[in-house]
Design a protein around this ligand. Structure first.
Ligand code: ADP
Ligand code: MG
Length: 247
């Protein structure tokens, strides 16, 4: 359990070695309940490993992960859908695996699908019949259907074009506002990290967190925000930190 009641995720000196290489190096981080924290860092710096440790998929070599939330859900960069199942059946999967598939579950799937912008017709399609954006919506719905307390998102929109990415950013923000789900969002886009986050953690190539930037912008985010001086100042500051972290 987390040591303070408001803490959803607490990492203390978290380190992971693969063979003789340290890929995560003494990461400390507290994420409060309902908070949105974005993480940026160069490719290979350990961002996915960090999320995998929180999800219990990778065992830390040293340090601790404490969770103050019951059921974190993971969304991967690829939609990772089962090709032989329809959208509906993919979204149902976590409920079936936990023995919760039922008529009530059907309604829950319909409700979640609507929330992420999937129509009834989309739900009947197989992944190969859906666009990349729609597949990611199914993947998001599959994560949300278990009513998670926390969402761990690993570059979920990296493969999408900019317009679609911004649209999904906005939809995800609406869901976050509506449900106050603790969110840890990994991205390699500084602009995306700032636009979405209340805080941005910056990692360097050696797997350490080298800085943390409070995103002191209004909680309601709108597209026009991307053109403000404040937004540009924040992205410039984080980009500079990233550059320094490469040295
Ligand atoms: P990021 O998500 O920031 O790109 P990752 O967490 O995927 O970085 O990987 C960090 C480093 O750990 C990379 O060098 C990667 O090759 C290595 N790595 C990741 N998973 C494993 C594993 N299971 N075994 C060995 N090395 C791994
Ligand atoms: Mg990764």
């Amino acid at each position: 359990m987390a040591s303070t009641p408001n803490c959803a995720i607490e990492l203390e000196s978290l380190s992971v070695d693969f063979q003789t290489v340290t890929v995560l190096d003494r990461v400390d981080c507290d994420v409060q309940r309902g908070e949105w924290v974005s993480i940026v860092g160069p490719s290979g710096c350990g961002k996915s490993t960090l999320l995998r440790c929180i999800a219990g998929l990778t065992k830390p070599t040293r340090g601790t992960v404490r969770l103050g939330c019951a059921n974190p859900a993971f969304v991967f960069q690829d939609a990772t859908l089962l090709p032989w199942r329809t959208g509906f059946e993919n979204i149902c999967l976590p409920l079936e695996l936990t023995g919760n598939g039922s008529h009530d579950a059907d309604q829950a799937v319909q409700d979640i699908a609507r929330l992420v912008g999937l129509s009834t017709a989309d739900l009947q399609k197989y992944p190969r019949q859906l666009s990349g954006g729609m597949r990611m919506r199914v993947s998001l719905a599959r994560a949300l259907v278990i009513a998670p307390d926390a969402l761990l998102l690993d570059e979920p929109f990296a493969a999408l074009d900019e317009i679609l990415r911004q649209q999904l950013n906005q939809e995800l923000l609406d869901i976050w506002h509506g449900h106050q789900i603790t969110t840890l969002f990994v991205t390699h886009s500084v602009a995306e990290a700032v636009y979405l986050g209340q805080r941005v953690l910056v990692m360097n190539a050696k797997g350490s967190v080298i800085g943390e930037v409070e995103i002191d912008l209004p909680n309601e985010r709108h597209a026009a925000l991307r053109n403000t001086v404040e937004f540009h100042e924040l992205t410039a500051r984080i980009s500079t930190m990233l550059q320094e972290g490469l040295r």
